[in-house]
Ligand binder design. Structure first.
Ligand SMILES: Nc1ncnc2c1ncn2[C@@H]1O[C@H](COP(=O)(O)OP(=O)(O)O)[C@@H](O)[C@H]1O
Ligand SMILES: [Mg+2]
Length: 277
């Protein structure tokens, strides 16, 4: 094992026997174990309600485990540990969370204000914040939006600005909740390319999705959440996408009728994987 390999395998996030429940009756997550290595792309997939967003909230210190432990590097993420101002600042700067719905994230009057908010909040000087905003606008092709009001933008534009507002913090880890849902094909392709670019620049990327096509594009390590809110399997994209039983069991694919003129036959959804005539 060489040094490069060792550094690639460094654990940056670890979940140990983590469970979470919003109400007494139901668990939103049960006994979750996995780790994410520095510099990798890691995908968490599962059907609606399987617990993806809850898992990302636990990972980002927006919720805290009811039992078990979440670690960032070797430090446990708890309400208590985040009360330490120095650690809180370090953690908030290290890990950037792009919400599924950009409206939940954008609150400044203009796009430019949105982009400089994070770095100024983290105590960076104005020059640094402005320089980061400029370079992020170039990267995301949103320079033309700089003076626009965020609430007036289209969904795809809002998504870019929400990503930009996270990128100006220059975090090591980027967390995307369902990044391609509700995006048009062009913005979707742009976003996939961006994820690769960020990863090549050394960022660790964690995404959730139920789009198997995205999973196939990213060719990452994958954890599959079941409808019982547990991790059913972790493996490479190839190992996961070739396991049809697993995908059916976890409701990531299902059978649906398909018409060709007067002929109807049945396909497994998850379309591109199975739609062969
Ligand atoms: N704020 C909440 N209050 C009560 N139950 C919730 C709340 N948010 C999510 N849940 C429940 O927790 C489970 C996991 O939800 P979530 O993490 O949003 O799943 P996903 O992101 O995979 O769709 C679901 O059963 C959902 O109904
Ligand atoms: Mg969700």
């Amino acid at each position: 094992m060489n040094l490069l390999y060792c550094s690639r395998m460094e654990e940056i996030i670890r979940f140990e026997n983590v469970s979470y429940n919003y109400t007494d009756k139901h668990n939103a997550l049960s006994d979750i174990n996995f780790s994410v290595h520095r510099g990798e792309i890691f995908s968490i997939i599962g059907s609606n309600g399987s617990g993806k967003t809850t898992l990302l909230h636990l990972l980002s210190g927006l919720l805290f485990a009811r039992s078990g432990s979440v670690f960032y590097k070797d430090k446990q993420i708890t309400e208590q540990s985040l009360k330490n101002e120095q650690f809180n600042k370090y953690f908030r700067e290290s890990l950037g969370y792009v919400f599924q719905n950009p409206d939940a994230q954008l609150f400044c009057p203009t796009v430019f204000d949105e982009l400089i908010f994070g770095p100024l909040q983290m105590g960076k000087d104005k020059d640094t914040a402005f320089a980061r905003a400029e370079s992020v606008m170039q990267m995301l092709n949103i320079d033309c939006l700089r003076d626009r009001q965020t609430h007036m933008l289209s969904g795809g534009e809002k998504k870019r600005v929400a990503i930009g507002a996270v990128l100006t913090l220059n975090p090591d880890v980027l967390v995307f909740d369902e990044p391609v849902s509700a995006l048009d094909p062009k913005t979707r392709a742009f976003l996939i390319e961006l994820i690769f670019q960020l990863n090549e620049a050394g960022k660790t990327i964690i995404i959730t999705t139920h789009h198997l096509e995205l999973v196939d594009h990213l060719q990452s390590r994958v954890a599959v959440l079941s409808e019982n809110h547990t991790i059913e399997k972790t493996g490479s994209t190839g190992e996961i996408l070739s396991d049809t039983d697993l995908l059916i069991r976890t409701n990531l694919i299902g059978e649906h009728p398909h018409r060709h003129g007067s002929l109807t036959h049945k396909h497994l959804s998850g379309g591109f994987l199975f739609h062969k005539h």
